[in-house]
Design a protein around this ligand. Structure first.
Ligand code: ADE
Ligand code: ZN
Length: 334
């Protein structure tokens, strides 16, 4: 499952900040962090719900100050993802986490784009950027971020919605998502991670999303399941994240098998790998070890990752041909 060519469609770049890099950047920028050692940081990663994680995740991001920091963060992720068979990545970034600390939007973009260039050069990986709005903030703040991003529109593929879900329904961001649609940007949103199926309906009907992030709680509503299947809506599912944030209590209870049986276009992703104990291939392997997916389903999930991506038709064809060739080669060897 490691070498299987795959796309990663749900990855918060700030969530790929490993404790070692956090310490290195804290030293480089002379920022103090509330941890004494790398073990101290890892020990703090015990969560019972999404908000426990978000508090630590925003605190950790404080070491990111310069374009070089964002580049180093992105390069570290791309290197790690390439080792996991990732040939295409669509990554989230949270500008408000940085601009509210005084780091200019342009610094974030310059750093990330330098990292993206390195991923292309070093690994031949294609990368798209998705700008996420923090839903615990108001829509005016999202609009101001959207306006800062305008000059970068040719480098941004779409907008997303993340952070604390419950109490912040997708409808809160109806206007800014409509503006993004008018600007020709793709739209995605976290919905149904902790929030109810009603939030998934709002993401579909009000934000008109092209893809759904998580979506686990859609399974509580049979009509919603049928609709998602009929519309071939891609779900970016994150099993190790679900386990760490107690969306599921055990991977043996993870609904990935049900999602596939119901005909949903599910994909596997790492979400915030530095915090949740694994990169994308670890997510495939963990589900296989828990008896949740077969080898053939692993290949289906990888195929879904390309089908659910925002690649052009031509690039999609190339990625699928590469996946098919890999599968044939490996079948021949067995
Ligand atoms: N930001 C980073 N990871 C997230 C998640 N899993 N849910 C909501 N917001 C996030
Ligand atoms: Zn996420």
């Amino acid at each position: 499952m490691t070498a299987l060519p795959k796309a990663e469609l749900h990855l918060h770049i700030e969530g790929s900040l490993e404790p070692e890099l956090m310490f290195a950047l804290a030293r480089r920028n002379r920022v103090s962090i509330p941890f004494k050692s790398v073990e101290d940081v890892r020990n703090a990663y015990q969560f019972t719900k999404l908000q426990d994680f978000l508090d630590i995740y925003y605190a950790g991001a404080d070491v990111l100050r310069t374009a070089e920091d964002f580049r180093d963060l992105a390069v570290a992720y791309f290197n790690r993802a390439a080792a996991d068979g990732v040939t295409h990545a669509e990554i989230f970034f949270d500008p408000q986490t940085h601009t509210l600390r005084g780091v200019p939007f342009d610094v974030v973009m310059q750093g990330l784009l330098a990292g993206v260039e390195e991923a292309r050069r070093r690994h031949g990986m294609s990368v798209l950027l998705i700008l996420c709005f923090l839903r615990h903030l108001d829509e005016e703040s999202a609009f101001s971020t959207f306006r800062s991003s305008e000059k970068w529109f040719d480098q941004i593929c779409g907008v997303g919605l993340d952070s604390s879900e419950v109490g912040h329904p997708p409808s809160k961001f109806a206007k800014v998502f409509a503006a993004a649609a008018a600007a020709g940007l793709k739209r995605v949103a976290h919905a149904g991670e902790e929030g109810p199926p009603a939030y998934v309906y709002e993401a579909l009907d009000i934000l008109q999303v092209d893809r759904l992030d998580h979506g686990n709680r859609s399974l509580e509503d049979p009509f919603l399941i049928s609709r998602l299947a009929r519309e071939a809506m891609t779900l970016t599912v994150c099993p190790l994240s679900n386990l760490k944030l107690r969306v599921v209590e055990d991977l043996r209870d993870h609904p990935i098998d049900v999602m596939l049986q119901k005909g949903l276009r599910a994909t596997l992703n790492s979400d915030d790998p530095a915090y949740f104990g694994g990169y994308v291939a670890d997510n495939y392997r963990a589900l296989a070890a828990a008896g949740k997916i077969s080898h053939a389903e692993g290949i289906t999930l990888a195929r879904n990752s390309f089908l659910g991506s925002f690649l052009t038709d031509e690039a999609l064809t190339r990625q699928l041909e590469n996946l098919d060739a890999f599968v044939l080669r490996h079948a021949a060897q067995q």
